[in-house]
Design a protein around this ligand. Structure first.
Ligand code: PMP
Length: 408
């Protein structure tokens, strides 16, 4: 592969010109949300300036154009993750909304008292709480695949838990947002399928770093958020295998998701509309398409290689910081590095980094059970994306050394 032209990439992101407290911004909070390239901002602007109208309803010209652009965005997403059919792509409000859609509908259709839902010890709250709520409602039990001190799932335990005879669905993250661990989801799905159990993959931290092929993974459901892959906020994707989506009841009721309505009875629309009640986020879908086009213009495989190299560089460079302790040391990692500095609270470290123009995340990263498991209050997390450079890492390292000295 040609190496990425990082300066050209950075020039695409207007916000990277920002200064913070007089320092050029170093943005290392990409796992929370990525910045947006001009092509995405222009696509949003262009949409509202030229074709804005409600989709799927109007006979008029603009409505046709908006509908075409919206459905083209769906086709783009399908191609991006290699879905077998466009109608297996449901537009959602984000990862959280996608998981809730499945936990509610799957719960209603399939969960009974005594059943089990299997998640992992490193899930984001949004892949815990919806399942917990469904379990509570239907009398099922939430089971958890444990992890090691290094932040890797205990796969022997996974096999054991999977074969209890009571597990109805597995929901697991592809990449941990708090530890950076890449889980072997392809193998985990194969094992689950051998026991006849479907799997939902939380790809919120994977899709921007790793080539995703839902057919190769054989995922039954896969969810992600646009805002973490350079797209706008407020929109996300739920992929579901046709057979599974057809087995589930609709999530929300309203316009768009119906075929016919009378006070006596309503019939539901076909996929994907059955799961898209109400006016969808048209501009969001079009912005997401622009973001995925942008990623394709570079190549996710090239991005992956460049980010792996940057992660290796960062791990080496950070290990020179006095008092640093890495949290999560999985063999396979992507996107994020979590650490603690001496005995200092992550928040204090994060605040001093901010004062030096460096944006990181501190705290539990919506993974309180991970912090409890490792017996720490939280971490400082630096997370990377396509526009980060070794010089960003050098700035982080220098600022950490300085912060360590200031905190004493
Ligand atoms: N899962 C993971 C692994 C995440 O990192 C996040 C976002 N931090 C989510 C789910 C939730 O995503 P959203 O807030 O966009 O719905």
């Amino acid at each position: 592969y040609e190496p990425l032209s990082i300066e050209a990439i950075r020039a695409e992101f207007p916000i990277l010109q920002t200064t913070v407290y007089g320092y050029p911004l170093v943005y290392l909070d990409n796992a929370a949300s990525t910045q947006k390239p001009s092509v995405v901002l222009e696509a949003l602007d262009e949409y509202y300036k030229t074709i804005n109208a409600n989709v799927h309803r109007g006979v008029h010209h603009l409505s046709q154009l908006a509908t075409d652009a919206f459905e083209e965005a769906r086709r783009k997403v399908a191609a991006f993750i290699n879905a077998a059919h466009d109608y297996e792509i449901i537009f959602t409000r984000g990862t959280t909304n996608g998981i809730n859609t499945i936990s509610s509908t799957f719960g209603r259709a399939f969960l009974k008292p005594g059943d089990e839902v299997l998640i992992s010890a490193m899930e984001h709250h949004s892949n815990i709480v919806p399942w917990q709520m469904a379990c509570e409602y239907y009398g099922a039990k939430l089971k958890v695949i444990p992890m090691t001190d290094r932040g890797e799932l205990e796969l022997d335990e996974y096999s054991r838990l999977l074969n209890s005879g009571r597990v109805k669905i597995v929901a697991v993250t592809y990449v941990s947002n708090s530890l950076g661990t890449v889980n072997p989801v392809r193998d985990m799905i194969r094992q689950a399928h051998a026991a006849g159990i479907p799997v939902l993959v939380d790809a919120a931290q994977a899709v921007q770093h790793i080539l995703i092929d839902v057919q190769d993974l054989d995922a039954d459901f896969l969810v992600f958020s646009s805002h973490k892959i350079y797209g706008p906020t407020g929109i996300g994707v739920l992929y579901g295998k046709e057979a599974w989506l057809n087995k589930l009841p609709p999530h929300e009721g309203g316009g768009e998701m119906i075929k016919t309505v009378s006070f006596g009875k309503t019939t539901y629309n076909d996929l994907p509309f059955k799961f898209e009640a109400g006016t969808p986020d048209m501009s969001g879908a079009i912005g997401l398409k622009a973001a995925l086009d942008y990623v394709d213009s570079i190549g996710i495989d090239r991005i992956q290689l460049a980010e792996e190299a940057l992660l290796t560089y960062a791990l080496d460079a950070l290990s020179t910081v006095p008092g640093i302790r890495f949290v999560g040391e999985a063999e396979h990692r992507a996107g994020a590095i979590s650490f603690l500095l001496g005995k200092h609270h992550p928040f204090d470290v994060g605040e001093l980094l901010d004062k030096q123009g460096i944006a990181v995340r501190t705290g539990h990263h919506c993974c309180q059970p991970v912090m409890d498991r490792l017996d720490i209050p939280g971490t400082v997390r630096a997370s990377f994306s396509v526009y980060n450079t070794p010089s960003d890492v050098d700035r982080l390292v220098a600022a950490l050394v300085k912060s360590g000295r200031m905190l004493g």
